[in-house]
Design a protein around this ligand. Sequence first.
Ligand code: ADP
Ligand code: MG
Length: 324
Amino acid sequence: ARLANQIAAGEVVERPASVVKELVENSLDAGATRIQIEIERGGHKLIRIRDNGSGIGKEELTLALSRHATSKLKSLDDLENICSLGFRGEALASISSVSRLTLSSKPKTQDAAWQAFAEGRDMAVQVKPVAHPDGTTIEVKDLFFNTPARRKFLRTEKTEFTHIDELIKRIALSRFDVSITLTHNEKVVRQYRAKTDPAHAITRVAQVAGKAFAEQGLHIQSGEAGLQLHGWVLPVGSVNTTQYTYVNNRMMRDKLILHAIRQAFEEVSGVQELPGFVIYIDIDPRQVDVNVHPAKHEVRFHQGRLVHDFILQAIKQVVVPLQG
Ligand code: ADP
Ligand code: MG
């Protein structure tokens, strides 16, 4: 079974950033409002994620590390209405098969904390008591220590960390209500404080995407029940070209969406170069297929034409034509 995990790991765990993605999504699924991410040496040496989420009970600890163990899917019907980020129960098993993984956790309802440890694919999972506050800490050490072929594909420390940083930015722009700290080699690199007041969202947008968003960002808010768009676009000609688009709060790079945005700018200003934007599209989940491929960041809208024109009109309302 551990070998199957290593094979599955090839799909889930491509690089340190993919480990961070799975772990942070688990923390979010667990309802965490505070997530601390500590990275050493671009993640080859250490990835440590602490959260204040629901925790994992002693009985579930070893189960959490086994394949297809998910607490999030109870029946096939759930597959249709899935709103948690993970549901396949593969991530922890896969990650632990190619690293030295320690899982420490305490649910609020449990008096003591417990820790499970798994190393590579041949090691049995061990469980012992540990001191730990409410929530979960997962430590992934020596990623790919037992899969040299994959380790060879790791890039420099700096490159791997940049991937992690970019991933955390995307997540920070999808969960304003969660405070996130990112540390590299013991230095705090990012500190995103929780913004529970919507009026403060722009502060985080500016922190992630650049201060031009706070200074010149044009706010958009458009739509009706079932199809809405909000966010910020920079004026035409802005040197900041940071672009983020979300569909139902998941980061996407979708052709149809980008085409609609480009067309809006072009129709108003005649300019093809896009300035930066951070745009959120919320659509009735029954009108869209998102789980085509989790890594592709593409969606399929059932009524593509309608969505395209809606985005086009919404953006055209705020884009200002070039002067002169
Ligand atoms: P999935 O997220 O697809 O269910 P994972 O392998 O990522 O599968 O996680 C396995 C299980 O471990 C989850 O279903 C969840 O019950 C538990 N788990 C993992 N991380 C956390 C966490 N940070 N807090 C609480 N529970 C967690
Ligand atoms: Mg998961």
